[in-house]
Design a protein around this ligand. Structure first.
Ligand code: NI
Length: 168
């Protein structure tokens, strides 16, 4: 198990377009393992290679939802289809301690390669759709903060706001 340092917003790696993966070698497999270790350690639901300073089109996701059979490894992912709309608070391990309200499609279907370079598709709604689209945007140098409507909040501010809304 190896943890990698998570780059934070403002780091040049987070605004670069990442290169497609042509072959999976031991270094690639180590990177995937490290991405998973780093994501779980930081209690995130997704992590993309540029967030640890590697400009390759690789990301991992684990939303922890019951139907999801372990972590999703995305190599060279492409969005095939989106549908619907959802608005919710979203965060990113590269923007620690903050969340912002983002509107995204409620459904996403994605084509990608797995760690054995086999093509597969993954589709999801709600949180999984949000995570898929969020991670794929990282690979093109984009961050959710570009899409936020309203202020970035701390988790405490969000809890406060939700409490106020409940009381209304
Ligand atoms: Ni992120």
């Amino acid at each position: 198990m190896a943890l990698r340092q998570i780059r934070e917003i403002g780091d040049a790696c987070l605004s670069k377009k990442c290169k497609p993966v042509k072959e999976v070698n031991q270094r690639t497999l180590d990177l995937i393992e490290d991405l998973l270790d780093t994501m779980y350690e930081a209690e995130g639901v997704g992590l993309a290679a540029p967030q640890v300073g590697i400009l390759k089109r690789i990301a991992v996701i684990d939303t922890g939802e019951e139907y999801q059979d372990g972590p999703i490894v995305l190599i060279n992912p492409e969005v095939l289809e989106t549908d619907g709309e959802q608005t919710d608070y979203e965060g990113c391990l590269s923007v620690p301690g903050k969340v912002g309200r983002v509107t995204r499609p409620n459904y996403a279907k994605v084509k990608a390669l797995d760690a054995q370079m086999n093509e597969y598709t993954v589709e999801g709604e709600g949180l999984l759709a949000r995570a898929l689209l969020h991670e794929i945007e990282h690979l093109d140098g984009h961050m959710y903060v570009e899409k936020v409507n309203g202020p970035l909040l701390t988790n405490e501010e969000l809890a406060e706001l939700l409490k106020e809304q409940e009381e209304e």
